[in-house]
Design a protein around this ligand. Structure first.
Ligand code: ZN
Length: 173
């Protein structure tokens, strides 16, 4: 369902009427950051959602992609002023290395399993978990190219040791 959900005073979640990942907006003092961009079908809604928060696509400074699947990267063409960060294991040299992202409040956790270069992002007590971990303990598919059940197990173990209060996954119910 198409909706803007406020998660914290500076964090919002966008969901769309047609299939695509959730998109998260984090407003820091001097930067607007998006996590994932939905699917190509979500582009118009995504732009409208930003507008409702008095932002335009040009106001987004940083886009972080949790992994390289079409339903998460569909909106990347919108963000002409943004720097794109993701794992080199999924994107090669095309984007900036997520481990060089210089935002002290963001902790990047490598979580391969659903894809080779899957990442999660810990921001204070929020864990953005991409397609690694969903609500109610369900997990991402491991039967896709680049997936690995073994790596997924190890990634979930890693996440189980991380302290967070709010899970922000790549998809909902
Ligand atoms: Zn995926």
């Amino acid at each position: 369902m198409a909706m803007i959900t406020k998660i914290k005073s500076n964090v919002w979640r966008f969901s769309f009427s047609s299939f695509g990942s959730y998109v998260y907006l984090i407003k820091l003092k001097d930067k607007n950051i998006l996590i994932d961009t939905g699917s190509p079908e979500n582009i118009v809604e995504l732009e409208n959602d930003l507008k409702k928060l008095n932002l335009s696509a040009e106001d987004i400074n940083i886009v972080i992609l949790t992994h390289n699947h079409w339903d998460h990267i569909g909106g990347i063409t919108l963000f002409l002023n943004a720097e794109f960060y993701a794992s080199k294991k999924d994107f090669g040299e095309n984007l900036k290395d997520i481990h060089k992202l210089n935002i002290p409040e963001f902790k990047i956790i490598d979580t391969p399993g659903h894809s080779k270069g899957g990442i999660c992002i810990l921001y204070n007590d929020i864990l953005f978990s991409g397609d690694t971990l969903f609500n109610r303990g369900t997990i991402g598919r491991t039967d896709l190219p680049g997936s690995s059940e073994k790596e997924m197990k190890e990634s979930l173990e890693k996440l189980s040791k991380i302290k967070y209060k709010i899970l922000c996954p790549g998809h909902g119910n």
